[in-house]
Write a protein that binds this ligand. Structure first.
Ligand SMILES: Cc1cc2nc3c(=O)[nH]c(=O)nc-3n(C[C@H](O)[C@H](O)[C@H](O)COP(=O)(O)OP(=O)(O)OC[C@H]3O[C@@H](n4cnc5c(N)ncnc54)[C@H](O)[C@@H]3O)c2cc1C
Length: 475
């Protein structure tokens, strides 16, 4: 573990000179800065927090911390689910949430330049006023774009449009030395050496601090239609998913979920949208599928063909959401699964494994069988169209230590099985501090040594976000 220095009054004075009026110390630090949305992995207050407004401020702070060997953890909105922005070694938290300006659009190149604290929702809405879509669509719309890029977040539209990585053209970065550099360019392709840009994407604040982003946009589709397909059971529901691609459909999103999780979400929202019974038959699971295109006319034959396929595969019915209010209601229920679970659960952990799409049915059967061996309750849902499953372990009556012990054993098995099926341990949430040991097992010694070597080159004093991703605190 790196040997860090304490933050002395002299260092605080230096920081205050660099960022007058915004250096918070001790009790004046916002308690939220001790954690993200998954406190089960641990919490720790930083000694100092600073809400930054510019690249120059970030560079000045990091330079002081580099020279004095003080740990620095970057934070966006703190909506992460793996303890990524939790300052486990204390030190300084730099929060980029107030760097929240959309700086400029370059509509000739379908690009937009933003500060890292711009919220996903803010850019999504603003881009539409320019006739453009910013395709990445993670469930938490109040996350920052800096956080989204740092975790390579993804979401509902990943099936058609890919992940955040596919929409990052360039960025300004403050390195752990305090030097400022720029990675990438507003070009359509590049073969210009190692992609430092791509190394930064998904590096979870361990290699540098992103202070500006140039992101790719696409022309906004003019029509969107969703289908709700209820099934009697999960098996036929989930085995329908690979058939979309096999039948040459190009949906924007394919989500699957069981009735139980839907009910918690609908109770949380106070509104029922999805049918619970169809012609006397109990619904067990659902697919929610979205298609987009240039017009309703273009989509209608696609919808018809997709509905026929769904019914042939065992759907009890196919409901069409083709108006903005209907689309909003259907997706509101889907987007509130985590909040619904959180509201009803005292002890909660989760993982977001990803497996090849055709292996999902087998994987889900495995998880169901495995769950029978534990005292907590297991709930899951997923971005079925890209093989990404969110599995939650929930308990209201277990002792915390026992819960953690059982979760550890459960997670080891679900990750092991995902790897056996050709999967990966995280599809979109990242590694943070919650999944470090599982990454080490999954990646193996050769790949871990490569990742640790990259970290060493970027951050020779190990000051940036210690104890995350590829380096636990004891290595
Ligand atoms: C209800 C809910 C639903 C969610 N749904 C999804 C989903 O569908 N898909 C998905 O991918 N995630 C999802 N998440 C997780 C979370 O929203 C994402 O991980 C998001 O990208 C985090 O952004 P943030 O601004 O909150 O970052 P934080 O949580 O503040 O930080 C996350 C990581 O990014 C680093 N970081 C933040 N800003 C910067 C920066 N400027 N420079 C360098 N590093 C930085 C931090 O150090 C940390 O390691 C969900 C979370 C919740 C609570």
């Amino acid at each position: 573990m790196a040997d860090y220095n304490p933050i002395t009054p002299e260092i605080i004075a230096e920081l205050s000179k660099a960022v007058p009026g915004r250096v918070m110390v001790g009790d004046s630090v916002n308690p939220d800065y001790a954690r993200d949305e998954m406190p089960i992995y641990g919490t720790r207050m930083p000694e100092v927090s600073i809400d930054v407004l510019s690249t120059e401020e970030v560079a000045a702070i990091v330079k002081i911390c580099y020279e004095n060997r003080i740990p620095v953890t970057t934070r966006g909105a703190g909506t992460g689910l793996v303890g990524g922005c939790t300052p486990i070694c204390g030190g300084v938290v730099i929060c980029t949430a107030k760097m929240n300006k959309i700086l400029s659009y370059d509509l000739e190149n379908f690009a937009v330049t933003v500060q890292p604290g711009v919220l996903l929702q803010q850019l999504a809405e603003d881009a539409l006023t320019h006739g453009c879509l910013y395709p990445p669509d993670p469930g938490e719309k109040l996350a920052t774009l800096g956080g989204n890029v740092a975790t390579n977040a993804s979401g509902m539209r990943g099936v058609k449009y890919g992940a955040t990585r596919d929409y990052v053209k360039a960025m300004t970065v403050v390195l752990p030395t305090g030097e400022v550099t720029r990675f990438g360019a507003t070009v359509s392709k590049t073969s210009s050496g190692y992609s430092l840009l791509n190394l930064m994407i998904g590096s979870e604040g361990t290699l540098g601090i992103i202070t500006e982003l140039t992101l790719k946009l696409i022309p906004a589709p003019k029509a969107t239609i969703s289908l709700i397909a209820p099934f009697a059971g999960l098996a036929e529901c989930i085995s329908t998913v690979p058939k979309f691609k096999m039948n040459h459909f190009d949906p924007q999103a394919i989500e699957f979920f069981e009735k139980e999780i839907l009910i918690s979400s609908e109770e949380y929202l106070g509104k029922q949208v999805f049918p619970r019974r169809v012609e006397g038959c109990q619904v067990g699971a659902y697919l929610l599928i979205t298609f987009d295109g240039d017009s309703q006319d273009e989509l209608e034959p696609v919808i018809e063909r997709a509905a026929e396929m769904l019914l042939a595969e065992g759907a009890l019915d196919v409901l069409v959401a083709d108006t903005p209010p209907r689309l909003k209601s259907a997706w509101a229920a889907r987007s509130s699964f985590l909040e619904g679970i959180e509201e009803q659960t005292k002890l909660l952990d989760e993982c977001d494994v990803v497996v090849p799409v055709p292996r999902i049915p087998e994987y889900v059967v495995y998880v169901d069988e495995l769950a029978k061996n534990y005292d907590f309750h297991v709930q899951y849902f997923g971005h079925a169209g890209d093989g990404n499953l969110h599995i939650y372990t929930c308990s209201n009556d277990m002792e915390r230590e026992e819960f953690l012990r059982q979760v550890d054993s459960f997670m080891a098995s679900v990750y092991q099985k995902a790897m056996e099926l050709g999967g990966q341990i995280s599809g979109e949430h990242g590694i943070g501090m919650g999944k470090v040991k599982y990454l080490a097992q999954a990646a193996g010694p050769i790949n871990m040594a490569l990742m640790q070597g990259i970290k060493q080159v970027f951050d020779p004093r190990m000051i940036l976000n210690p104890g995350k991703v590829c380096r636990s605190l004891d290595c």
